[in-house]
Structures are given as C-alpha cells and as structure tokens.
Design a protein around this ligand. Structure first.
Ligand code: TRP
Length: 483
C-alpha cells in the first residue's frame, strides 16, 4: 500500500533511461569536453575512467542500494539507518536546491539557443542581431533570461508532477534515445568537415605531458567531474533507487549507468572537439565553450546546414539538461513526500512539486540576473557586493553561480559521499563482535536471488578507496575555488 502511494518505476528500461538521463546532462556535454580540453585531452580521459571504476560505480551502488533498502529518499534513507545521520541527507537536499537553481538558469539559456537556431532555419534572425556575440547580449537581456528560466522551470514542474512512472520515466524513455540519435547525427556531420581530425587526435592520442606537469590538478578535476556527471553525492540515486522493485539487479544497474554516462561524455567530446578543430575555435575555451564557442562553430558552418546542426545540438543539450534537472527536483519533492507519508498524510505530489520549484526559482534569481559576473548587472555579483577587484576575485566569488557551486558541488556533495562510504564500509559491515553479520548493502544487492561476486572489491573500495578519493575531491574543489 505504501509503495503504491509513493510510486515505482514501470520497467528496467524506463528506470535506466531515467537514471542515465539524470547522469547525462550539461556535465557531459559542456563540462566534460571543456575540462578535457584544458586538462591535457587523453591524460584526462584516462584518469577519468579510472575514477569511474574505483569510485563512481561504488558510490552509485551504495546510493541505489541505500535507497531501495529503506524505500526512502535522501533524508528518509539516512534517518532509517539512524536519526543521527539525518544531517547527511539534509546536505543532499540543500545541494539539490542550489544546483537546480543554477542548472535551470543554464538550461533556460540552452533553450534560448535552440529556439534561436530553429527560427534561423526559417530565414529569420534568431539571435537579435547580435550574431556570434549573442552570449554577451543574452546575459544583460534580463527579460529574455527570466523568460527562458521560467519556461525551463515550468517544463520541470509538469514532468515531476506526473510522478515517477507517468512523468519522469515516460519523458526520459523518449528523450534519451532521441538525444542519442541527434548526437550521432551531429558527430557524423562534424566528422565530414575538413580539419576535424585534429580534434580526435587531441582526445585519443596517448600524451601524458599534462600528468607530468600537474598530476594533482588533472586528478582533482577528473574526480570532481566524474562525481557531478554521475549525479552522485546528494542522494539523487538514493531517491531513484527508492522507487526500484526488489527483484532488480542493483550491481548490474550500478555498472550500466556509469558506463552509459561515460560513453555519452566521450561521444559529446567527439562532437565538440573536432568541431572546434575544424572551425578554428580553441579547445581550452573554458566554460564559454557551450555557448560562445559552439555558436561560432555553427555560424562558420553557415547556411541552412549550420542552422540545422545548431538546432540539433542545442536541442539535444536541452533534453539532456531536462532529464537531469527533473532528477534534482525529484530529490526535493521526494523528501517532502516521504515526510508526509510518514506522518500519515496523502503525498500531494502536485502541490509539493509546485511549492518546491517556486522556492528554487527564487533562490536562482541572482544567478539569472548577475550576468554571470560580467559586471554592472541588475544584481551585483558577490565580488561587487564585497567591493573586491583584481586578484581578490576568485572562483568562488566571481558570480552567484560559483557561490552556489562551491557550497554544493565543492563542499556538501563530496562530504556527503565521504560520510556515506564510511557508513557503508564501517558501520553497516560485520564488526569484531558480529563476525557472522553481513553488510546490509550486500544483503540488499542479493535480494531477488542475485549473486554478488565482486563483494570483496566493493568492500575495499567503500572502506578505503572512496573515502580517499572524496578527500581528493574535497581538497581539489577548495583549491580551485580559493586558489
Ligand atoms: N549529472 C548531471 C550532469 O551531468 C547533473 C546532475 C543531475 C547532478 N542530478 C545531479 C549532479 C545530482 C549532482 C547531483 O549534468
């Protein structure tokens, strides 16, 4: 009865599309290529894959198992283990609020570019006469920014109101395959452009100079990227796991999701890098890559083909962003729903979704209105408020997005995953006193008669490797914000 009111995934495929959809997002299509671009290409890729195997898959399994075992979202799951862990779940919900607010502003901007190319395909000027300078224009076009932000948020509300099976699963099952085929189309088109080859060489030709020059820099960037890209550390996968049926094979799903996410990230690299190479845009362009650089690429392609490719590209990024943002909203929604169910009330999903999205919208307003820290905008950037200039402007205070990012991705999430792996590795494991007891997570993985052969590997990772990896992420994030 209780599960009935909470909801459940309709099929394994649907769950996988939703979970891979959560993982595949701006992190893959924007973050991965640009971080790879500025961190030595192949060397970065290699470290990234090692991180996925030893940390990503492990934390993924831990979160899915914790969610399904307790049948509760981020906060409820920790409370079910012990009241004293509640704060770990609360950190996750707080991260959800912050990430979703800036993620939706970016999502709105992607939407604006997609519409711009769609309009341009029919001969009109979709970029308000600003051409490739549109990025700078949009930042100060507050009405445009707010409108796109509102529309993006409304799309999220409509989907999450539809529930697990009827909303999130349904949307993801269509959006993810569509995204995949559009990405293939863009990759093939780009591959046919003269000069694209240099992009592949950059990605796949073994070259370890970056590792020799700044080993720790590459490792911490790859670790942070892996973490965000897999939607880990804030209870997102706990939440999605809590809607899983007991006969699902957790260990298999915990491998499929990271593998699919990494494949899409590499494919996105195969679209972006060669496109930059062919159209003379710098690989290491940094965060502007998704907007300014890619727009330059599509303008240089020119004509109808350029507009069509531009539309396909931004539309697929939009789909990727939506399947991720709904997972963030679901973390917050599930938290409130669980509380209501535990109090014996009806879940009231629709009402809760609207209330939470509205609060998140307000939280995100400074991000939408500070022109990403370009200065002199409607809402002053943190460094302007603090009266800082020159060297005092750092990664954490240069715009509101980075403040939110520092708190969530920089501190709360790595800390959450660190504590989670310590709990699973040490607290839920056999102790000296109870040698015959089994790890609760392992027992959960064996539900439905599935064997768990890699148990020893997981155990060592939970106890030692993941905590160590999380400390590196935590350290690295703090260095990158304050250094
Ligand atoms: N993984 C998504 C991306 O790559 C973003 C995302 C969705 C996320 N849910 C999350 C990140 C939860 C951290 C935690 O863009």
């Amino acid at each position: 009865m209780e599960n009935q009111s909470r909801g459940q995934w309709g099929s394994t495929f649907g769950f996988l599309m939703a979970a891979v959809g959560s993982a595949v997002g701006l992190g893959n299509i924007w973050g991965f290529p640009y971080k790879m671009g500025s961190n030595g290409g192949f060397a970065f890729l290699l470290v990234y894959i090692i991180m996925v195997i030893f940390v990503g898959i492990i934390v993924m399994l831990g979160e899915l198992a914790l969610g399904r075992k307790t049948g509760r979202g981020a906060v409820g799951a920790y409370v079910a283990l012990s009241k004293k862990y509640k704060w770990v779940g609360m950190m996750g919900v707080a991260s959800g609020f912050l990430i979703l607010s800036f993620y939706s502003v970016l999502g709105g901007m992607v939407l604006r570019y997609a519409v711009g190319y769609l309009v341009s395909m029919f001969g009109a000027d979709g970029f308000a006469g600003a051409g490739t300078g549109f990025f700078g224009f949009l930042l100060y076009d507050y009405k445009g920014m707010l409108l796109c932000y509102v529309i993006f948020m409304l799309i999220n509300i409509v989907i999450v109101m539809g529930g697990i099976k009827g909303g999130i699963e349904k949307f993801s099952s269509i959006a993810m395959p569509a995204l995949f085929f559009m990405l293939l189309a863009v990759i093939i088109y780009v591959a046919c452009q003269p000069g694209a080859g240099e992009g592949y060489a950059f990605m796949f030709k073994p070259d370890f100079t970056a590792l020799k020059e700044d080993f720790l820099g590459v490792v911490r960037t790859a670790a942070g990227q892996m973490f965000f890209s897999l939607s880990l550390g804030m209870g997102c996968m706990i939440t999605y796991g809590s809607y899983l049926a007991k006969n699902e094979n957790l260990q298999r799903n915990a491998v499929i999701i990271p593998v699919a996410d990494s494949i899409i990230a590499i494919l996105a690299g195969c679209a972006v890098m060669p496109a930059c190479a062919a159209f003379g845009v710098d690989f290491g362009a940094g965060p502007g890559l998704l907007f300014a650089s890619m727009q330059t690429v599509f303008s240089n392609m020119g004509g109808f083909a350029g507009n069509l490719m531009g539309f396909l590209f931004y539309f697929l990024v939009l789909l990727a962003a939506i399947t991720s943002s709904i997972s963030l909203l679901e973390v917050c929604t599930t938290y409130a729903i669980d509380k209501r169910i535990d109090a014996g009330k009806d879940p009231a999903r629709k009402k809760i979704t609207v209330i939470y999205a509205a609060i998140i919208f307000v939280v995100g307003l400074p991000v939408a209105l500070d022109a990403l820290g370009s200065g002199g905008a409607a809402i002053p950037a943190p460094y302007e408020l603090l009266g800082l200039s020159g060297d005092a402007i750092k990664g954490w205070n240069d715009c509101w997005l980075d403040v939110y990012d520092l708190i969530s991705e920089g501190i709360l999430m790595p800390l959450g995953a660190l504590v989670m792996s310590l709990i699973i590795g040490w607290k839920l494991s056999p102790t000296r006193k109870h040698r015959d007891r089994e790890n609760l997570i392992v027992l959960e993985c064996q539900e439905g008669g599935h064997t768990f052969k890699a148990y020893k590997f997981f155990d060592i990772c939970f106890k030692y490797i993941v905590p160590f990896g999380m400390l590196i992420v935590l350290y690295g994030q703090i260095v990158s914000f304050f250094g």
